[in-house]
Design a protein around this ligand. Structure first.
Ligand code: URA
Length: 459
C-alpha cells in the first residue's frame, strides 16, 4: 500500500506531482491510499517522497482542465479515479472522447457537479459592508458543496478588483486586499455580521427583476437549494412574491404557448451557458441567452446584456429594457409574444471603481457569438427580425450599417424572414435634451408600429 498525503482537498499540483511518480513506479491505482493533510482522521504518513520523480505523462489536452475540476469535488474517490484515468490514457490517448466509458462518465459527472457549485457561488454570494480601521471592506458567507473557493477566486477578483473583501466558507476563506490574494482556514457563519444597507438595495433590485412567469417552485428550490436561502437577503421576500405571482402570471400565460423554456431553444440555452467562444465569459456572471416563445413570429435582437441583465440572467431588464417595454406597449407589441435576444450573450464592461461600465463589443466578439444567433434564427424561424442598434444590425447583416438610412422599411433575409433595423433603446437614454429625446422616442415607436403591422400581416 502506498500512502500519499496532499496539502489540501483541492491540491492539484500535489496530486499531479504524486501521480507522475506513482505511474513511473508502476503503482496500481488500487494500491494507493490518498489522504488530505489535516482532514483525514486516520493519517497514515506520506510515501510520496520515497517515489522517484516521474517523467511528464502523455495526457489528452482536455485532461488537465477536467482534473482541475474533478479534484475540487468532495467525492473521496476522486484522486483514485483520476489516477485510473491517467493510467488508462497512457495506452488509450482518446479515452476522454469515449463518453460511454463508465470512468469517463463518472469523471464528467464529478466535474459537472463542481461546475454547478461554481455557478451557484457566483450567483449567491452576497457581500455585506464591514468597514475596518483602513476603510471600506466587504465580507460574505457562503457554504459550497465542493472545494471550489480557490477555483472560483479569479472570478471574484476580476469582478471586484477594486474592492477589499473576504469570502468566508466552512472549509477555506478567501481574502482580497485590492492587490494580494490570501487564504485562511474555514470560518463559521457568525464571523460575518448580519444585514446592512446593501441588503436593502439588493432586495429592491430583486423584487424588480422577479419574473412571476418564471416561477417554478420545484425548479427554484433545486437550482437555489433552501440551504442557500438563509444567506440571501432577498430570500425573505420570496413568500410574498410567490403569493402575488399567480395574479401577475395569468396575464402572461396566454402569450407563451410555446415557451422557450422547452424545445430546441432550451437546448441551445443550456449549451450556451458554458460558452467560451470568446473571452467575454470570463468576467461575466453568466451567459444571458434569450426570453420568449420558441416559435415567436417576431424576434428582437439587442446588442449585449448590461449590468442588470448580467446579474439577472435575462435580456432587457435594466433601464434600456424598461424603455423598450414602454415603447413596445405603445406600439401595440406584446413583449411576452416576442423572442428577445442579443447579438452578444455576455456582458462586456470596464471596471471603474465599484461600477461596471458598458463596453461596446468588438467585431471578433460579435462574430464569435453569431454562432448562437444563427442557431436561434434557425430554431425559432421568426417571420420578422428586428435589429435594435448597430451591433445587432452588424450581426444580422454581416456588415456595418447606417441606421438612419435603413430604418423604416423591411428587407428580405436569405431565410425568407424580413429584417427591420431601428435604433437601440440606449441611444434614446443617452440623449440629454428632453425635447430631442421625446422626438427620438416617437420615431422609435413609429418604427415599432410599422413592425407591428408587418407582424400582424405575416402571422
Ligand atoms: N441592451 C441590450 O442590447 N440588451 C440587453 O439585454 C440590455 C441592454
Amino acid at each position: 500500500m502506498t500512502r500519499i498525503t496532499l496539502a489540501s482537498p483541492d491540491d492539484f499540483e500535489g496530486f499531479r506531482a504524486a501521480v507522475r511518480r506513482l505511474i513511473a513506479a508502476g503503482a496500481p491505482p488500487e494500491s494507493v491510499v490518498w489522504q488530505v493533510a489535516g482532514a483525514d482522521d486516520d493519517l497514515l504518513g506520506n510515501d510520496a517522497a520515497v517515489l522517484a520523480n516521474g517523467p511528464e505523462l502523455r495526457v489528452a489536452k482536455a485532461f488537465p482542465d477536467l482534473a482541475r475540476r474533478v479534484i475540487c469535488n468532495r467525492d473521496p474517490e476522486r484522486f483514485a479515479l483520476l489516477h485510473r484515468a491517467l493510467v488508462a490514457l497512457q495506452s488509450r490517448p482518446k479515452l476522454l472522447e469515449d463518453s460511454a466509458d463508465p470512468l469517463v462518465r463518472r469523471l464528467d459527472m464529478l466535474a459537472k457537479a463542481v461546475g454547478r457549485d461554481v455557478h451557484k457561488m457566483r450567483a449567491f454570494v452576497r457581500f455585506r459592508e464591514v468597514p475596518d480601521e483602513t476603510g471600506e471592506r466587504f465580507a460574505a458567507w457562503f457554504e459550497p458543496e465542493h472545494h471550489i473557493v480557490r477555483l472560483n477566486s479569479g472570478f471574484f477578483i476580476r469582478r471586484f478588483t477594486t474592492m477589499r473583501f473576504s469570502i468566508l466558507t466552512p472549509g477555506l476563506c478567501l481574502h482580497w486586499d485590492g492587490e494580494t490574494l490570501s487564504y485562511t482556514p474555514g470560518a463559521t457563519r457568525a464571523d460575518v455580521p448580519d444585514g446592512d444597507p446593501i441588503e436593502a438595495t439588493w432586495k429592491t433590485y430583486y423584487a424588480n427583476i422577479f419574473n412571476p412567469a418564471r416561477l417554478k417552485i420545484d425548479a427554484m428550490t433545486s437550482e437555489m437549494p433552501k440551504k442557500y436561502w438563509k444567506n440571501l437577503p432577498e430570500a425573505e421576500l420570496i413568500p410574498d412574491l410567490i403569493a402575488g405571482a399567480a395574479r401577475r402570471t395569468r396575464s402572461m400565460i396566454d402569450a407563451s404557448q410555446a415557451d422557450a423554456a422547452t424545445g430546441p431553444v432550451a437546448t441551445l440555452r443550456a449549451e450556451a451557458s458554458a460558452c467560451q467562444r470568446c473571452a467575454l465569459w470570463r468576467p461575466a456572471t453568466q451567459t444571458v441567452f434569450s426570453e420568449g416563445p420558441g416559435d415567436a413570429v417576431l424576434m428582437l435582437v439587442g446588442e449585449q446584456p448590461g449590468d442588470q441583465e448580467d446579474l439577472a440572467g435575462r435580456p432587457f431588464v435594466g433601464p434600456a429594457g424598461q424603455l423598450l417595454d414602454g415603447a413596445l406597449a405603445e406600439a401595440g407589441i406584446d413583449r411576452a409574444r416576442a423572442y428577445v435576444t442579443n447579438a452578444v450573450k455576455h456582458f462586456k464592461f470596464e471596471q471603474r471603481g465599484k461600477r461596471r461600465i458598458h463596453a461596446k463589443p468588438g467585431i471578433a466578439e460579435i462574430d464569435a457569438c453569431h454562432w448562437w444567433l444563427d442557431a436561434e434564427l434557425r430554431a425559432v424561424a421568426p417571420k420578422v427580425v428586428v435589429a435594435l442598434g448597430a451591433t445587432a444590425a452588424r450581426a444580422l447583416t454581416g456588415k456595418a450599417v447606417t441606421i438612419s438610412r435603413e430604418r423604416g422599411r423591411g428587407t428580405a433575409r436569405p431565410d425568407g424572414s424580413e429584417l427591420w433595423i431601428t435604433v437601440h433603446p440606449s441611444f434614446l437614454l443617452r440623449i440629454e435634451d428632453p425635447a430631442a429625446a421625446a422626438l427620438e422616442r416617437q420615431r422609435f415607436i413609429a418604427d415599432l408600429r410599422a413592425i407591428a403591422a408587418r407582424v400582424a400581416a405575416l402571422a
